[in-house]
Design a protein around this ligand. Structure first.
Ligand code: GLU
Length: 385
């Protein structure tokens, strides 16, 4: 089996992006099948080696954010439910409720043995979709990390309904990396990385060391997961890598099963690494990925041109305001031919936007009765589509 992709020069440099010197904030995602054996028992001896690795990184100054699966697997054993607690949504939710308390206790105990403080955060998909909640989660993560704690995230499976869940912790980890303004993400998994085909079935399958262009490998994602315990699978990992990629966060998919998986990765560089573009695009990536848009600002040709040159959107260039939104909501900017050309967080609520649309800056203060903001959408809060 030979490797494809653009190999980074050597093992150390491959892992350097994820090392304390390369990433001051790291997200580590731990899959269910690593934490919990097929019989439902905790893989405690292994977990202690992972916690050793984490403690070493903390001691070297790296801030760590954990995304831990395993609640459903642990809880189903305690409740005696079949199919690892995944026979129905109700079973999964009951298992998660029971298992999460065990999982959090386990992390708190093992990290505590190294003098580290664990902090539990349970999130739903909406917590990261909504800007205010995203910023709130982000501020909480930031504060915990400043205080030296290790936030441990999982999906709030007990209340999430099927349609509005992450469902897998790979994508949750990628969003958490955005929210936590992390520099890198390691997905510890029951597989050792990405292959060009399923290695169990295809002798021609080649291991992919480095993915510089996420678009080129999207078709390779196969949803097969060897454990059947978590819900991740390859497709979720590639999707997670895409979310992280647009946020400028490099991702490594690394074999988690061996003891000391992080130390092993640091020494061997073994894993599939998704490199990421310039981190400056991170915030704009969050914007571009927004799905809930609450308004449309129609602009004239001059304003459309100015946006193309990287300028902010001023009230003067707006010809019509559609929708009901509050300051800070995401809106699209529509050019005269009807195309959405940009997306941004609007500086005014809809009523004030209507009041000042088409008006010059020197008229705006009088209309509003307060000192105006510098733009309807500041260029830092906007992404061209
Ligand atoms: N949130 C689920 C749990 O704690 C795991 C999701 C996943 O398998 O990625 O059991």
């Amino acid at each position: 089996m030979s490797a494809v992709g653009t190999p980074l020069s050597d093992a150390a440099s491959r892992a350097a992006l994820f090392a304390p010197g390369g990433a001051s904030r790291l997200v580590v995602k731990v899959g269910s099948s690593l934490l919990v054996a097929p019989d439902g028992a905790v893989r405690r001896a292994w977990l202690e080696t992972l916690v050793d690795d984490l403690a070493q990184r903390r001691a070297a100054g790296q801030q760590i954010l954990l995304v831990s699966s395993g609640a459903i697997a642990l809880g189903s054993r305690r409740l005696g439910l079949p199919k690892g607690g995944r026979a129905s949504l109700e079973d999964a939710q009951a298992s998660a409720a029971t298992g999460q308390i065990l999982l959090a206790g386990l992390w708190a105990e093992l990290l505590g043995a190294h003098g580290l403080t664990a902090a539990q955060i349970l999130v739903t998909l909406g917590d990261f979709e909504d800007r205010r909640r995203f910023l709130n989660a982000s501020a909480t993560l930031d504060r915990l990390l400043q205080l030296g704690a290790i936030p441990i995230l999982n999906e709030n499976d007990t209340v999430a309904t099927e349609e509005i869940r992450f469902g897998d912790n790979d994508r949750l980890a990628a969003r958490a990396a955005q929210a936590g303004r992390a520099d890198a993400l390691i997905l510890l998994s029951d597989i050792d990385g990405l292959y060009t085909a399923n290695p169990a079935e295809d002798p021609e399958a080649r291991f992919i060391e480095t993915v510089p262009d996420i678009g080129a490998i999207a078709h390779m994602a196969s949803s097969a997961s060897s454990s059947g315990m978590g819900s991740g699978g390859m497709a979720a990992k590639v999707e997670a890598a895409r979310i992280a990629h647009v946020a400028g966060v490099p991702v490594a998919i690394v074999a988690g099963k061996p003891d000391h998986p992080l130390q092993r990765f640091a020494e061997t560089g073994r894993g599939t690494i998704f490199t990421a573009p310039d981190a400056l695009s991170a915030r704009k990536a969050w914007l571009a990925g927004r799905m809930q848009l609450l308004g449309r600002l129609h602009v004239d040709a001059g304003a459309a041109r100015a946006l193309g040159e990287g300028k902010s959107l001023l009230a003067a260039g707006i010809v019509r305001v559609e929708g009901g939104f509050r300051r800070g909501d995401a809106v699209d900017v529509i050019c005269p031919d009807g195309r959405a050309i940009a997306r941004g967080l609007v500086g005014y609520d809809a009523a004030d936007a209507r009041l000042i649309a088409g008006k010059r800056s020197d008229e705006i203060a009088g209309l509003l009765g307060y000192a105006p903001r510098s733009a309807m959408i500041h260029r830092d809060q906007m992404v061209m589509l």
